[in-house]
Design a protein around this ligand. Structure first.
Ligand SMILES: [Fe+2]
Length: 238
């Protein structure tokens, strides 16, 4: 997958992984050759090899939320890396997620990757109560909040379509249109997209009322079902 360079000294490397079309990201500070990995899941060797291939040292793990398909290789990485794992406190409280080196974080917290790349944690609830989007310069990594031409489901345990509507409107209101959105899954026609483009093409950003959004998002779905706990199976790493 081609890499995109939102601004000087920062590179966002995209790694498609797993059976659910997840994207794992390496947010790299080119000056120090260090990076944060977002949502390490499905295959630890692929993540470690990609960092090695790019000559990057992984210094942080950033979790957008607690769902299994986003965190199922955190502990595997911690077997060889002694680095902090960031997740928003409301998500930890909601899910009971635990791992070594877990840093309960607050909305608005900023962490630095390497020497120059500041990453801010934005609370973007709706898919889960403590979902986090990571903002860095003119990019945002949105997990299961916003996809290219889609948005995260709100029918899982902890989901809230009204909150999701508020979250999405907040992102559009707060962030410049040239902000490039990097989603948690490869569900759209492109891997990433500018918010201004999404404002025009994403069907979930077109609704005039909260009620219209909720009806669309919840069509055919039952609230609070599924994904309340990790599946009782684990994929192999080889
Ligand atoms: Fe999810």
């Amino acid at each position: 997958m081609p890499n995109e360079v939102p601004s000087e000294g920062l590179t966002i490397h995209t790694l498609p992984l797993g059976p659910w079309d997840n994207f794992v990201y390496l947010l790299a500070d080119e000056a120090s050759k260090t990076c944060a990995v977002v949502d390490p899941a499905w295959h630890a060797p692929s993540i470690l090899q990609e960092a090695q291939r790019l000559n990057l040292e992984i210094t942080h793990i950033l979790c957008t939320h607690s769902h299994f398909d986003h965190v199922n290789r955190v502990e595997k990485l911690l077997e060889t890396l002694d680095i902090p794992v960031h997740m928003l406190r409301p998500e930890i409280e909601f899910s009971g997620y635990r791992c070594e080196n877990l840093v309960p974080s607050s909305p608005g917290d900023t962490l630095r990757v390497g020497k120059h790349v500041d990453v801010t944690m934005m609370h973007t609830p709706g898919h889960t109560p403590g979902s986090c989007s990571y903002r860095l310069r003119d990019a945002i990594v949105t997990g299961d909040t916003l996809f290219v031409d889609g948005c995260g489901r709100c029918d899982f345990v902890g989901g809230d379509p009204e909150q999701m509507h508020q979250t999405l409107q907040g992102l559009l209101d707060k962030l410049p249109g040239d902000t490039v959105m990097y989603p948690g899954h490869d569900y759209g026609p492109t891997a990433s997209a500018p918010l201004a483009q999404q404002r025009g093409t994403n069907p979930y950003l077109q609704h005039k009322t909260v009620a219209d959004f909720v009806a669309h998002r919840m069509q055919g779905k039952k609230p609070n079902t599924g994904l309340s706990s990790p599946p009782d199976w684990a994929p192999a790493d080889s």
